[in-house]
Ligand binder design. Structure first.
Ligand code: CA
Length: 440
């Protein structure tokens, strides 16, 4: 899974040295609007953007120390913090920087997949049938996990399926090497530094042997793709062998995911949300994860079930947010507290939507009634940068020109749409960019 992080500082440097014309020349097409904030479980953002890396951005953060100098300094610090010397040396034996990790860290994909293509992959018939088979094979474990944590088994199996393809794709990087490379020379050395110390603590605890501590290039580990700090705070030994083995024990992995969702305020017995239909003149400015209303309030505003009837949930007192993943021309979803718990696992609305829908597909539900606007290709990164720059030029502050469509950019887009009398969905469409190009 690709990793998204805040890149504003980096982007600032990039734009200072490269003209927009150069950026534009490299581009053309697509992407998707998604959350980019940091996720507590892993360095975020999977899926939505399994993208096509094109341009290689400039050098990562300049470092003054050689790797060996950095390692000696880090060794002292690790030992001071309680890591055993022999363990440190064993973990770091033959560790040298990995250029592939640095390339992955500095890659900023120009093209990302539209949400409907991402969902097609996430909800493939192969994945659904494998999930259904695994639900049967692990039924007794899942029953015990549901009893212990109150988290629905279908959601857990969906997370298992999207994080590591049910344990078959956990990443094959030695986590200590990957994190050491990033702590020495990555874009976010402080983050990698903390993760590396946590990874050494895991080894010292004896949960896994160094040689078996494998994960993604960014250090997300095992069947749940937990980063080391999340592992230390939330992984559990569910199969009772005194090791928290999220690599080799599916019971430990599923139990750990359930534990994480439970502490992320999972509401037992509640759904994640549902597709809805909206009245013709709906106020699309309300469709934002930050806007929360009760079911009664949404109903009064013209939100209906996808089939057109009244909305009902098991707990009608919950507040919900309305999401339009592809803008007002695409499907609409009302999302509840459990959707927010999934976002804490991985802060991407596309990911959380895929988890909710995959869990339903396993049970023969979860088809989306409305159509996606497939002719409306999402903006490429260079186009998002242009959109933000143009918004700023005409007086709608996007909160920074970084190619990331966050809350400030959505609000700026909405204000621009309102000024033009357009549906204020805050969605960065091509037609809106076209309008900005001609707007004075
Ligand atoms: Ca165990």
């Amino acid at each position: 899974m690709p990793i998204k992080t805040s890149r504003s500082a980096f982007n600032g440097r990039y734009l200072a040295t490269a003209t927009l014309a150069v950026l534009m020349a490299a581009c053309a097409d697509t992407p998707i609007q998604k959350a980019h904030a940091e996720s507590p479980v892993k360095t975020p953002a999977p899926s939505s953007s399994p993208s096509i890396p094109i341009a290689q951005p400039p050098e990562p953060v300049a470092q003054e120390q050689t790797f060996n100098q950095w390692k000696q300094q880090f060794r002292k610090e690790a030992i001071t913090s309680g890591i055993n010397e022999a363990l440190f040396d064993r973990a770091f034996a033959e560790v040298v920087p990995d250029p592939g990790i640095l390339r992955a860290d500095s890659s900023q994909p120009e093209f990302t997949r539209p949400v409907w293509e991402y969902l097609d992959g996430a909800l493939s018939s192969t994945r659904i049938s494998r999930a259904q088979r695994l639900l049967g094979e692990h039924a007794s474990t899942l029953t015990a996990i549901e009893q212990a944590y109150g988290v629905d088994r279908h959601i857990l199996v969906a997370i298992w399926g999207l994080e590591s393809n049910f344990g078959s794709n956990m990443g094959d990087n030695y986590v200590i090497r990957a994190l050491a490379t990033l702590a020495h020379q990555g874009r976010r050395p402080d983050f990698a530094h903390a993760q590396l110390l946590a990874a050494l603590e895991i080894l010292q605890h004896g949960d896994i042997a160094p040689v078996s501590m494998l994960g993604s290039w960014a250090g997300a580990m095992g069947q749940t793709q937990f980063i080391p700090t999340t592992y230390n705070s939330h992984a559990v030994d569910f199969d009772g062998d005194n090791k928290r083995d999220i690599w080799n024990s599916s019971a430990d992995a599923l139990g750990s995911a359930a534990n994480y969702l439970k502490v992320s305020n999972w509401d037992s017995g509640q759904p994640w949300g549902a597709e809805v239909a909206l009245v013709e003149d709906f106020d699309y400015a309300l469709a934002d994860i930050s806007v929360r209303k009760t079911l009664a309030e949404w109903t009064a505003l013209g939100v209906r079930s996808a089939q057109g009837g009244p909305l009902t949930f098991a707990d009608d007192n919950q507040t919900a947010s309305l999401l339009l993943p592809a803008g007002y021309r695409g499907p609409a979803f009302l999302v509840l507290n459990n959707f927010r718990s999934i976002l804490r696992y991985n802060n991407s609305t596309s990911y959380a939507l895929a988890i909710g829908l995959l869990a339903e597909r396993m049970q023969g539900r979860g088809e989306i009634a409305a159509s996606w606007p497939k002719g409306d290709t999402p903006l490429a990164r260079s186009e998002r940068l242009e959109l933000q720059r143009r918004l700023k030029e005409v007086g709608y502050d996007p909160g920074g020109v970084d190619g990331i469509i966050g809350a400030n950019t959505r609000q700026a887009l909405r204000n621009f749409q309102i000024a033009l009398g357009l549906p204020a969905d805050g969605y960065p469409s091509k037609s809106l960019l076209e309008k900005l190009r001609t707007f004075q």
